[in-house]
Design a protein around this ligand. Structure first.
Ligand SMILES: [Fe+2]
Length: 184
């Protein structure tokens, strides 16, 4: 019989197994929302004393790969962001992402393009929505969604599920003041 401690130690593994079990061919349009539901459950149940999570929190690492699936290509990242840490608007190209908060408060701003997406290198965007991620809250962002993150209360411990390796896709970062889009 498994002890409670052993189950707690494996909560990341359990969450990953749950994602693997629903993944199928990875093309279900509902998949980002299904992963959102699994991540919310995981955020609420993960014990901070579990070694993998205690290590992440203690390390304060801004970006750490927690798991990479060898067959399906998805990646689970963990982040610890000091208060005030923000990034500029960006997209994930053809990939989708789920951001979830374990600790602290992270704001995610969503943008829409106001130039119709024309003109290489040029892009004007404006904020259209804001999500506040308190502990246990997760949101999916779909292919092409332009977003930025800001740690309002820190240190913020954030989980980021990537549908695929972002190093391998075409995607862009947007400069609000200059009205440009630059390939990441
Ligand atoms: Fe992102």
């Amino acid at each position: 019989m498994q002890t409670l401690a052993a189950i707690q130690e494996n909560s990341l593994e359990k969450y990953i197994q749950e994602i693997r079990s629903i993944w199928g061919d990875g093309k279900d349009p509902q998949l980002p929302f299904k992963v959102q539901a699994l991540m919310k459950k995981h955020l609420l149940s993960a014990n901070p004393d579990e070694p993998w999570l205690a290590d992440l929190i203690r390390s304060g690492e801004p970006s750490k790969e927690l798991y990479r699936d060898p067959d399906k290509g998805f990646i689970q990242m963990g982040h610890v962001h000091p208060q005030g840490r923000a990034n500029s608007p960006h997209d994930h190209g053809p990939c989708w992402v789920v951001y979830g908060s374990y600790r602290g408060l992270t704001e995610i701003t969503l943008y829409q393009r106001t130039d119709g997406g024309k003109g290489p290198g040029k892009a004007t965007v404006e904020a259209k929505d804001r999500h506040r991620l308190s502990p246990g809250v997760a949101y999916p962002y779909l292919p092409g969604d332009i977003h930025s993150t800001n740690a309002l209360e820190g240190p913020a411990v954030v989980f980021r599920f990537l549908s695929y390796d972002l190093e391998k896709v075409e995607r862009y970062r947007y400069n609000l003041s200059e009205g440009t889009a630059t390939r990441v």
